[in-house]
Ligand binder design. Sequence first.
Ligand SMILES: [Zn+2]
Length: 412
Amino acid sequence: MSTCLRGAAQVLRPPEDGLPFVRLDRAGAITADPGSVTLDGGVVAGFEADAGAPLQVDASGCAVVPGFVDCHTHLPFAGWRAQEYEQKVTGVPYEEIARRGGGIRASARALAETADDAVLAQARTLAREMLEHGTTTFECKSGYGLSVAGERRALELADRLEHEVEQATTATALLAHAVPDGYDADGWMAEVAGLVPAIARDGLAGALDIYVESIAFSNEHLARMGELAAAHELDLRAHVEQFNANRSVPVALAAGARSVDHLARLHPDDVAPLAAAECAAVLLPGAEVMGAEATPPARELADAGAIGVLATDANPGTSPVVSIPLVVGLAVRRYGWSVREALAACTLNAAWVLRRSAETGSLEVGKRADVLLLDGPVEHVPYRLGHNPVAAVWLAGELLWVRPDQAWRLAS
Ligand SMILES: [Zn+2]
């Protein structure tokens, strides 16, 4: 059904059509002028009001923006770890939490003990919450399997989830997350090397991922994961520089990584090479706040022209956060980013990480009509911290959510 969003205060458009991403030193050229948007046939049809469209939306006072893309989540997972969060904030050391059975292993145990249908039910509930906060595309990851069979099961659950949620999804095989019991890191990487060909063959993931940290895997393992990704035509992504500066970014760039994620401890010497590379800097301010982590050199990355990206890192341990608007609010304050920088980072640039930027992530004629109506101007997204600004959500032109207090705007 054709839809016309009429008379918006702002329509967020990229500096030009056809860009795969917007380097953040160009984000100032993103426009947010008054206008209208017409959706037809599942795509953005134009930027003129169409009085003949069967669904007319009064967008007065509103911003119309592309649907958010959350390119770093750990769905599907089982249960939560709220007890552990309380221990963490009250000063119990991580080693002690782990000794009490917490950490990644706790989520691995929960996943192993939870039936497929219950895992998927929790993930569907979260996906619905994400939709109502404007997320129209998201990434799933494995990583709580911690065994060959467990990782494969996690990816198969992600594959099932794709058919059970409204959003478009992708899957990443986080095969090196924690070292499973009974292995050392090298031994587990040998198992990973045996697992990757089947994952690639069966199309269960588009990317490989690894967690590089003193308590997990090393830069040598990152280089090895890069070789595996290249050999099987998968993208390489990496959790790096979260708690310590391990200088993993040069290794990831040499391995051709699509993204490096976290970067709270990014070394100053690595800012310029990362910003110059065709590799996204995925920042996760929800995890930074929840973990009282350092703040990455995000202003420097933006000024140097990085492909800056924001995501929730939604997971039961370090970031039980699914709201992109909240992440935008945290990023703008912590990083000194403009609203345009932050919105580019969770739309087109995030879509590029997932190889989806040709079809979604910006409002352009012919792109999939993944569109949000916000209840105020884009400047309110970071400013009204904690408020959900999403008034209505279209995915491929289909209206999937209208906040009840905004239903008066729709007339057909
Ligand atoms: Zn993560």
